[in-house]
Design a binder for this molecule. Structure first.
Ligand code: KIV
Ligand code: NA
Length: 265
């Protein structure tokens, strides 16, 4: 089947077809997820937590991201590969351009993702004018955990929701092709989804987004202790990983994931 492009994802949005995304860090899972019809493989810097055992994503380097992105690229045939620009890799526009080059040229990423709002707009413009497709990431920004003081929902008060709404539009205007909204109220995410023409992929952001993403290990029940409130263990009651991935794909496509219990706000 035809490889997925950012324009194909935008066309899915305009047709009202939900976009299915999962994080992916290696070729084995890339093959499996691609074969199951997952549209977007996110090589997330969450690999610092789920693969490397760190408490945060802060220690993850561009070199590690390029390595895992290259592994994923070797396993994928159809899905779009999106790679995270890790902590401080976008501290200046020059660094952002160099690091995006590594993720695309060494890693084979089709799109790079970066966390943050207003301060990142200039970088998004610089990347997109050089032909680098960008996925913006607003709401909970895990790379800023030490500044925020923990992982918690964002956009729950007026000022914070206004800022997210405003940044989302500004990111689209700056040239972003996709937007990830993490841990924001479902009503806010749904409103942003109808306002923007670019696809909005939610995680902990309710069922009203144009697509959903989860951390692979969370949805396979591999999370140590209790999984995040907005995730679901798709292995529960199923006999294989392939079956669980298929159930996730179907549940995102038909809108049954996330359900109300997986939508805290
Ligand atoms: O790193 C990651 O897995 C992510 C998703 C949670 C969106 O950025
Ligand atoms: Na990330």
């Amino acid at each position: 089947s035809t490889p997925i492009s950012v324009t194909a994802l935008a066309a899915m949005k305009s047709r009202g077809e939900r976009i299915v995304a999962l994080t992916c860090y290696d070729a084995c899972f890339a093959r499996l997820l691609d074969a199951a019809g997952v549209d977007l493989l996110l090589v997330g810097d969450s690999l610092g937590m789920v693969l490397q055992g760190h408490a945060t994503t802060v220690p993850v380097t561009v070199e590690q991201m390029a390595y895992h992105t290259a592994c994923v690229s070797r396993g994928r045939e159809r899905a779009l590969v999106v790679a995270d620009l890790p902590f401080l890799s976008c501290a200046t526009p020059e660094r952002a351009l160099d690091n995006a080059a590594r993720l695309m040229q060494e890693g084979g990423a089709h799109v790079v993702k970066l966390e943050g709002g207003a301060p990142m707009l200039e970088i998004v413009r610089r990347l997109t004018e050089q032909g680098v497709p960008v996925c913006a990431h607003l709401g909970l920004l895990p790379q800023s955990v030490h500044r925020i003081g923990g992982y918690r929902f964002q956009g729950r008060d007026h000022a914070s929701s206004e800022a997210i709404r405003h940044d989302a539009l500004a990111m689209q205007d700056a040239g972003a092709s996709l937007l990830v909204l993490e841990c924001v109220p479902a009503a806010l995410a749904a409103e942003i989804g109808v306002t923007l023409t670019i696809p909005v992929i939610g995680i902990g952001a309710g069922a009203g987004c144009d697509g959903q993403v989860l951390v692979l290990h969370d949805m396979l029940g591999l999370h140590p202790g209790r999984p995040p409130s907005f995730s679901r263990d798709f292995m529960h009651g199923r006999g294989s990983i392939a079956e669980s991935i298929a159930a996730y794909v179907e549940s995102v496509r038909d809108g049954s994931f996330p359900a109300a219990v997986e939508t805290p706000y």
